[in-house]
Design a protein. Structure first.
Lengths: 368, 325
């Protein structure tokens, strides 16, 4: 007995694989550079352009919440606090790449032909919200993590067609618990697909905090199991997000294969307007998270550079509000779909078997 | 020209369409070098290469999800699920995405894809390999569910399914994969979807069935004919959307209808057919519609599968019941 015991405790092993996960930040929470900035970020004009997009996203978000509160919008998922992830991803993408979102990446979509009124239509109960100007991007995807597989399929299509394009898929921290996430990461590695997974880790999957979601020290390391590189970035640092995603996209577009980027951020609002985060998280945590606000951070940096003034800020808030108000007016004035729209797009043409139901719809009066 | 089996007809249709349309790709587990566990994709990899005949990792949700993504971006994927009992992990992708990509984007994106799976019992397979759950898919708006019953219909319907701009669940009755051989000219001619096929005309009773149950239904009809009963036989072929008009026209003539399927009875496609006859053809009936089906039970392990699957005697008894009602 003694012998057996000692054999098992003293058996020799060799290390067959090791991994490390890098974390990158360029601007700290108060907007001070922590290291030399990447080239794109050395041009204040470009940073100002992206700063404006973050402010627009937040202005839109604030308005959408108030529309829901006043009965003019359905349930809405806020992107408050996550603007740097979305705007950074959107800025890193090429026009001919494909985006596969979850459902709060407005800052990406607004850079890719999706209008604010489209997003409002989606949350306002109108499918036309996903009939936006971008021809290839996937619509918002509610079943968690299922979009990763669409992204992998799209990436496979690009690969088969010999195109130099990439697909970017975004999901949340909760999505990394889903099988579809692992399956997509795995097949992307196996097939060396041109895809970038961005895990927007906002710390909360509705009421479940990250520590209950996984025992992993990082979500980025989940990429390692699929044989693809994973890294972390400060998701409230627009420069870090854009830099990492742009590098991953360039690699993917040049046959370098997939990557996963975990962007660490914080969900400052409730999960959706139907949620009350006060039931499950301390206000003190939220207050503390506001210290890392991505918009404040970049504004501080631009102000330190003397590239941004209070006057410009005021003007930006005014013009952003005007833009949002115009979109809202458009959304509120949209002509309703005919009732036949229930069947019009189900199949390319209405099958004979459902013609009687189609007729029924065409004579169905709309009620409030 | 050689005669071919149903599974060979599936292969012939895939090969034909891949030769005509470079956007058609096939994907699934063991479909490449191995040619599929039933050999439905045999030799395709030699003809069209591993780029278009794609052996996937072993994950069915992934197969379904990749198919949605590929189809939305210009390809026409034909995905194979090794057995219908393994399609369920892909159900979320099929129901939540394949079936509604066109609808939710108001036609901006769509899902021109085929999801193939061998289905049904009777081949002495292990647990989970003998499912007949076509009704699960027939319930889902946005899908088509197509089931061939002969080599010729497998060829023509699969061609139609691949060319269809919307997703098709194509269920292959593996019990009759190699039951009969037919001349199936490789001429690329599709058969119509959304249409029943009247296999045999008759005046006394309408037998409605699909898939492998065609075998028992034809045998039962033969015995009934010998007894002087004139039987009309309808192969539904596309169980969704349902061509109820063809069935109603037949019932108007015969006044009697027996629906035969292998799937469990409750909420199956037979229930839908019976309900629609009740709604639209009640006054034509001389007797209540009968259903000869599998039991409302888990498909048994194979030692009892013969007792589960309807046989000729049950079909004949149901017909007799309608005649004597």
């Amino acid at each position: 007995m003694e012998t057996t015991k000692s054999t098992s405790t003293k058996s020799k092993s060799t290390i067959t694989a090791e991994f490390t996960i890098a974390y990158t930040q360029f601007l700290d929470a108060v907007g001070k550079p922590t290291q030399p900035l990447p080239k794109f970020a050395t041009k204040p004009d470009e940073l100002i352009r992206l700063y404006k997009l973050m402010v627009l996203t937040r202005t839109f978000d604030t308005k959408a919440i108030s529309l829901q509160r006043t009965g003019k919008l359905g349930t809405y998922a806020s992107s408050l606090g996550q603007e740097a992830v979305a705007v950074g991803v959107g800025a890193a993408m090429h026009a001919d790449d494909i985006f596969a979102p979850a459902y709060r990446e407005y800052g990406v979509q607004l850079q890719r032909g999706v209008k604010m009124q489209d997003i409002l239509a989606f949350w306002g109960g109108d499918e036309r919200g996903s009939d936006f100007a971008n021809k290839h991007d996937f619509p918002m995807c509610v079943p968690i993590a299922s979009q990763y597989l669409h992204a992998a399929g799209a990436a496979k299509a690009m690969q088969l067609q010999g195109q130099s394009r990439a697909v970017v898929a975004v999901g949340g921290d909760g999505s990394t618990s889903q099988g579809d996430f692992y399956e997509a990461v795995n097949v992307s590695g196996a097939w060396n697909l041109p895809i970038v997974f961005v895990v927007c880790n906002n710390q909360w999957a509705i009421s479940v905090p990250l520590r209950s979601q996984t025992r992993c020290q990082t979500l980025a390391q989940k990429a390692i199991a699929g044989g693809i590189p994973g890294e972390q970035v400060d998701g409230n640092d627009l420069i870090a997000v854009r830099n990492a995603v742009a590098n991953a996209i360039e690699k993917a577009r040049n046959n370098g294969g997939p990557s996963l980027i975990e962007a660490i951020t914080y969900r400052l609002h409730d999960h959706t307007t139907a949620d009350d985060a006060g039931r499950y998280r301390d206000e003190s945590e939220v207050k503390e998270a506001w210290q890392r606000d991505p918009i404040l951070r970049l504004r501080n940096y631009l102000k330190d550079l003397k590239a941004w003034s209070d006057d410009q800020e005021q003007e930006l808030l005014t013009t952003s509000k005007q833009q949002v108000d115009a979109a809202v007016a458009d959304y509120l004035q949209a002509k309703p779909q005919p009732t036949t729209a229930i069947l019009d797009y189900l199949y390319e043409s209405v099958p004979e078997a459902y013609q009687d139901q189609y007729q029924q719809l065409s004579t169905t009066k709309r009620s409030a | 020209m050689a005669e071919i089996t149903l599974v060979e007809a599936v292969n012939q249709a895939l090969a034909y369409e891949m030769s005509q349309d470079k956007d058609v790709v096939v994907l699934g587990e063991d479909i490449g070098v191995n040619g599929g566990v039933f050999r439905a994709t045999v030799d395709l990899i030699d003809k069209y290469g591993p780029e278009r005949v794609i052996d996937t990792p072993l994950a069915e949700s992934m197969i379904a999800g990749l198919t949605v993504g590929m189809a939305a971006q210009g390809l026409k994927p034909v995905a194979e699920f090794q057995f219908m009992g393994f399609i369920y992990p892909g159900f979320n992708q099929i129901v939540c995405h394949a079936a509604r990509m066109r609808n939710r984007t108001r036609g901006r994106l769509s899902c021109p894809a085929v999801f193939r799976a061998p289905y049904g019992g009777g081949i002495h397979a292990p647990e989970h390999h003998s499912e007949s759950t076509e009704a699960l898919f027939a319930h889902i708006p946005g899908l088509r569910v197509v089931i061939p019953s002969t080599p010729a219909r497998a060829y023509g319907l699969l061609l139609a399914a691949i060319r269809e701009p919307d997703p098709v669940i194509f269920l292959e009755p593996k019990r009759i994969y190699r039951f009969v051989k037919q001349h199936v000219p490789d001429n690329g001619e599709a058969l119509p979807l959304d249409r029943c096929f009247v296999l045999q005309e008759g005046n006394d009773v309408t037998l409605v069935t699909w898939g492998a149950m065609i075998k028992e239904t034809l045998a039962a009809a033969k015995q009934l004919q010998a007894q002087g009963v004139s039987v009309e036989i309808i192969d539904v072929a596309t169980v969704k959307p349902l061509d109820i008009e063809t069935i109603l026209a037949s019932v108007e003539k015969t006044g009697r209808c027996v629906v035969v399927h292998e799937a469990a009875k409750t909420c199956a496609v037979g229930a839908e057919i019976a309900a629609q006859i009740a709604e639209k053809g009640l006054m034509d009936l001389h007797a209540p519609v009968q259903r000869v089906t599998g039991f409302d039970a888990v498909m048994p392990y194979f030692k009892l599968e013969k007792q589960y699957i309807p046989d000729e005697a049950k079909i004949i008894a149901a017909v007799q019941h309608t005649l004597e009602f």
